[in-house]
Design a protein around this ligand. Structure first.
Ligand code: FES
Length: 151
């Protein structure tokens, strides 16, 4: 169901309910990190505080899971709408601004346009997975079986 609109990048990305915001952004090739985070980040452990996003709009309240205890500690002096992408699971559609600490020309106009456009409906459930076919014995297993038969 959720669609994440990345305002800075001008991209709408569909994801499945419960996906991690950082992982979705990285999977889509979006630059989540400023220079400091590009040089080194914690890999999503909530320790480096370099994966900021500003939640600009939500389709309905609670688009992301509530702030974690880590975020409460790490984001004490940051604006209320900021989140650590690595700590947030996407539940409903929303608009985010990546790297909110970085400058952005026409920021207010860009955000107003991102808020104004309706958010599309994304997938409603995780895709069904196919059962893998029954495994054929590998050459190694066949050899071992043959070897056992000889003895
Ligand atoms: S990736 Fe380090 S705090 Fe999110």
């Amino acid at each position: 169901m959720p669609v994440i609109r990345f305002a800075r990048e001008g991209r709408d990305v569909e994801c499945y309910p419960g996906e991690n915001l950082r992982e979705v952004a990285l999977r889509e090739g979006l630059e989540l990190y400023g220079l400091k985070g590009q040089l080194g980040n914690c890999g999503g452990c909530g320790q480096c505080i370099t994966c900021f996003v500003d939640v600009v709009a939500e389709a309905s309240p609670g688009a992301l899971t509530p702030r974690t205890a880590v975020e409460d500690r790490k984001l004490r002096r940051r604006p209320e709408g900021w989140r650590l992408a690595c700590q947030a699971l996407v539940q409903r559609s929303l608009v985010v601004l990546t790297r909110p600490q970085a400058g952005l020309a026409d920021r207010e106009a860009l955000l107003a346009a991102a808020r104004a456009e309706p958010l599309g409906a994304g997938p409603t459930a995780w895709p069904a997975t196919e059962e893998p076919p029954a495994a054929e014995p590998t050459d190694l297993e066949s050899t071992a079986t043959a070897g056992e038969a000889v003895e």
